[in-house]
Unconditional design. Sequence first.
Length: 317
Amino acid sequence: MKRRQFLQSTALFSVASLVNANELFAKTPLINKVGLGLFSIPKMLENDFDGAFAMLAKMGYKEVECFGPYEFSTEKAKASWNAVTPQLGFKGSGFFNKTAADFFKAAKSNGISIPSMHTDLDTLSNKMGPLAEAAHLIGAKYVVLPSIPDAERKNLDDYKRIAEKFNSIGAQAKKEGIRFAYHNHGYGLNNVNGVMPLNIIFDQTDPSLVYFEMDLYWTIAGGADPVELFKKHKDRYKMVHIKDMKEAKRFAGDGGDPSQWISLFPYMTSCGEGVLDLPTILTAAKQNGVEHFFVEQDMVQSPEIALKKSIDYLKTL
């Protein structure tokens, strides 16, 4: 081999080696698709629906999770929602006066999928058919209960009855080709007579019928360890709501009533700007079966700033 050929071959080999080394040491992101719980931006969706989806796409959000009630929800669910909207300052929910097909189209045209829908217990119990139809139209795999009504979680026996109800709902969902999941709030995490109520739901529900979505903020405010929960209940948690906390805070009581939740709203902050060890928590989530990661900053002020901070931080993990 002539000297020039040798040098050219060596140079090409060096470049190839460098490329391979870069590929070898390139960091794989912890979260491939960062999602957003749409309760973060209800006013924006109500006032500028198309602009809201365009903003999320520009930031890099790839998934969203919608919330009810929907047009097909029960009258009881709609009445409950109408009772609280004056306090919330907005009325929009569900598909925000769009058809399911148009809602899906708006998301898809911005490169966003909709793997999950929040709804209510009455709709899950009595309107599974229409709920499933809508889920299939928008591509949602999960229908999620965001909270258990107060009247149905007064004591441990109530939690046993809820577990039975969850199995029934999960079976109905499975027949319709979707999955049912329960999103924890701040209650059910403190021991009652030596028993953690949340454990009753885990222990007395069928893993093939009932899945879970963890809300990190409320879990920690309730005194539980999210990492331990992920490990203990491997493959039961399929989704997580990611919030950060300005300073470590616990509920004043058992986390069972809205006044305790509202008192902690001021401590919510963008991901990476608080005290939660999100890298450790989210790594444990991914290692133990979580599939979807939704930022949720309830009715956040200045979403164009706050939500961008959150996704920019999560992309660094």
